[in-house]
Design a protein around this ligand. Structure first.
Ligand SMILES: Nc1ncnc2c1ncn2[C@@H]1O[C@H](COP(=O)(O)OP(=O)(O)O)[C@@H](O)[C@H]1O
Ligand SMILES: [Mg+2]
Length: 385
């Protein structure tokens, strides 16, 4: 733009304004009379909405809204709000001349003359369909990653579970056979009890598996840490080889936490699987749940937190590798064994739940993963054992 030759004055002549508004093609800028009829139209409006000036001037601006929005009085509501409050903003679908729709971000501002009389409204509309699409895509991608990770965890579980179901069925079948041939009512009764017990354990297993597999949106609820640890142990046991011992230590009277239980389960399960993979054939995994008071030493967190430790005596993590383990798709495992998604998911989950995740590892000695989650503030530590 040429430099102005009137340095002190910054008032632009009207014709220049008109030029400026006309030159804008990324925004639809137009004026409405106080009843909502179009009085001016710029190049951006033509580009975004598809109408030429002579096709829309004089028409009511509800022309740009969807049938549904018109039916529920959205254009009038916006107009009224702008007239009463001086400004109105809106985000939603708008209709082009050719009938296609775009996602619009719109602002409506009242214009007054020197006497304060309303002479019209300035309408600025932007097409943000792309921005909205990429936000939606990102959401969908996150959901997909979550789902992929869950399938991986399920796959890891089912092998072990099939084995355990087989054991339960063996108990049921052999007890039934013994009971059928027995003359002793006491013995028959004991056999039936075995059958009942095995059947109940089987039901519990299926329920745990089903509640884990069910797809759910992030659903935050208040849960007890002991309950979480219990269900993790019940599930993880099936995925561990016989020579890996799982030891669970949960402090009594821990305060509740408010998180998505399904995601927490998945995160802890993945930590268990990582521990298992680091151990190989024989070793020990500790699941320790405790409550701690933080004063900024863990990522600046302050206050009461629940700490879930998953500790193993496996191969440990190479210091060169350590800074990368939370990256998505980073894995040191062979193709088909690792996806590199578990810890990135764990990290995201900790973040989203206002907590943190920490790792301490010594090559050759083992690793401890600690997940910190905020304790419910109004949940007093219950005293007494
Ligand atoms: N307990 C652990 N012991 C040793 N290495 C670990 C442990 N947990 C994670 N790691 C390392 O971090 C990497 C990333 O873990 P993760 O994100 O769960 O992906 P994946 O298990 O699919 O490889 C692993 O490949 C491994 O090298
Ligand atoms: Mg993993």
């Amino acid at each position: 733009m040429p430099a102005t030759d009137r340095p002190a004055q910054s008032v632009m002549p009207e014709a220049r304004y008109e030029q400026l508004v006309q030159a804008v093609v990324d925004y639809a800028i137009y004026m409405l009379d106080p009843d909502g009829h179009v009085v001016s139209w710029n190049a951006g409006a033509q580009r975004i909405k598809g109408y030429r000036a002579d096709e829309v001037i004089g028409k009511h601006f509800s022309l740009f809204f969807t049938v549904e929005d018109c039916a529920e009085g959205r254009p009038e509501r916006l107009l009224r709000q702008a007239l009463e409050q001086g400004v109105a903003q809106d985000e939603g679908w708008r209709v082009r001349k050719d009938g296609t729709q775009f996602w619009a971000l719109a602002a409506l501002d009242v214009i007054r003359d020197e006497q304060g009389q309303i002479i019209g409204l300035a309408k600025v509309t932007r097409d943000i369909t792309d921005r909205r699409d990429s936000a939606l895509q990102l959401d969908a991608m996150r959901a997909q990653l979550f789902q992929a990770q869950k399938l991986e965890a399920l796959g890891q579980l089912t092998g072990g579970l099939a084995h355990d179901f087989n054991n339960l069925l063996t108990i049921i079948l052999s007890s039934a056979r013994l009971a059928i041939n027995s003359q002793d009512p006491g013995r028959t009764r004991r056999m039936l009890e075995h059958i009942l017990d095995a059947g109940q354990r089987g039901t519990q297993l299926t329920q745990q598996l089903l509640s884990f597999a069910r797809y759910r949106q992030l659903s935050v609820a208040r849960i007890s840490p002991a309950e979480v640890a219990g269900s993790i142990r019940a599930l993880a046991e099936h995925a561990l080889p016989p020579d890996i011992e799982l030891v669970e230590q949960v402090q009594a009277g821990l305060p509740a936490i408010e998180v998505d239980a399904g995601q927490l389960q998945m995160v802890l399960l993945n930590m268990m699987f990582n521990a298992r993979d680091a151990i190989g054939t024989a070793g020990r995994i500790d699941l320790v749940v405790d409550s701690v008071e933080l004063a900024g030493e863990v990522e600046g967190l302050q206050g009461r937190y629940l700490r879930f430790d998953v500790r193993d005596d496996g191969e440990g993590i190479d210091p060169q590798v350590l800074p990368r383990i939370f990256e998505p798709f980073f894995t040191t495992k062979p193709f088909g064994k690792g996806t590199g998604l578990g810890l990135s998911q764990a990290y995201g989950f900790a973040r989203q739940s206002n907590g943190a995740i920490r790792v301490a590892s010594q090559p050759g000695k083992g690793t401890c993963m600690s997940l910190y989650l905020p304790a419910c503030p109004d949940d007093q530590l219950q005293t007494g054992e």
